[in-house]
Design a protein around this ligand. Structure first.
Ligand code: NDP
Length: 241
């Protein structure tokens, strides 16, 4: 029987590549998104992957959403916490809204989503929880105190949850991508990318979403059961902890 995978923010960017790669690997996949219906409908038409709209920053919306996905596809065995946003500005100008939106979407979502599925995974003695952090959670980034704090939190969340569930067939891992060619990074002006970002990347280019997706498929596999609590850095050699 095909395992069921849910990818949050699975309709665009890195998440879309993850959804497609999991489908190609034989999973029954659900992709969630926040509000870009046009992108979600296009993704669904192109891939045949089921899409669901809810806000991962809301615990109650996550409870409802997970219930719907499980009613349609069956119990979620692979959860990919990928949804994320940026609200960049220098800390001394940062508003409470910019802080809370980023913390709730990038870190709060790991509680909101994982809490819905963990009891079922524990009862079934199998689960894969894979979250997408960032290089900027490892090293910090100018203008991203909110994002760096949230993404560093994703790593701590992973390490602690991995310990609690290691005996029960559930692995918990986190991927820390460097700069990946998605709309999030395309929002950075091209000349800034070329002058300031790409020269910092030893491989001398942005990463592609598929290069993150293949690592998710690797960590999700049934025979990846000895990998837990780990942070997988995928950044073209830019930074190592
Ligand atoms: P995109 O902006 O391209 O896509 C983000 C996806 O997340 C969309 O599907 C979006 O839905 C969804 N999303 C955003 N907010 C919410 C929310 N509140 N509830 C539900 N879904 C939401 O992002 P990327 O693909 O670039 O990034 C994916 C992940 O990778 C993020 O966690 C990001 O922080 C991380 N990352 C990205 C890097 C990069 O270089 N791109 C580098 C390191 C980490 P909708 O389409 O409806 O807006």
């Amino acid at each position: 029987m095909a395992r069921v995978a849910l990818v949050t923010g699975g309709t665009r960017g890195i998440g879309a590549a993850i959804s497609k790669a999991l489908k190609a690997a034989g999973y029954k996949v659900a992709a969630s998104y926040a509000g870009n219906d046009a992108a979600a409908e296009k993704f669904k038409a192109e891939t045949g992957i089921a899409v669901y709209k809810w806000d991962v920053a809301s615990f109650d919306a996550c409870a409802e959403g997970v219930k719907k996905v499980e009613a349609d596809l069956g119990p979620i065995e692979v959860l990919v916490n990928n949804a994320g946003i940026t609200r960049d500005t220098a800390f001394h100008k940062m508003t409470l809204e910019q802080w809370t939106a980023v913390i709730n979407t990038n870190l709060g979502s790991l509680f909101n989503m994982t809490r819905q599925v963990i009891e079922g995974m524990r009862a079934r003695k199998f689960g894969r929880i894979i979250s997408i952090s960032s290089i900027n959670g490892q090293k910090g980034q100018f203008g991203q105190v909110n994002y760096s704090a949230a993404k560093a939190g994703d790593i701590g969340f992973t390490k602690a949850l991995a310990l609690e569930n290691a005996k029960g067939g559930i692995t918990v891992n986190v991927i820390a991508p460097g700069y990946i060619n998605t709309e999030m990074v395309q929002a950075v002006p091209r000349d800034v990318l070329e002058k300031n970002v790409i020269p910092q990347i030893p491989v001398n280019r942005l990463g592609e979403p598929e290069e993150i997706a293949r690592a998710v498929v690797f960590l999700a596999a049934d025979d990846a059961g000895f990998i837990t609590g780990s942070t997988l850095t995928i950044n073209g050699g830019q930074y190592h902890t």
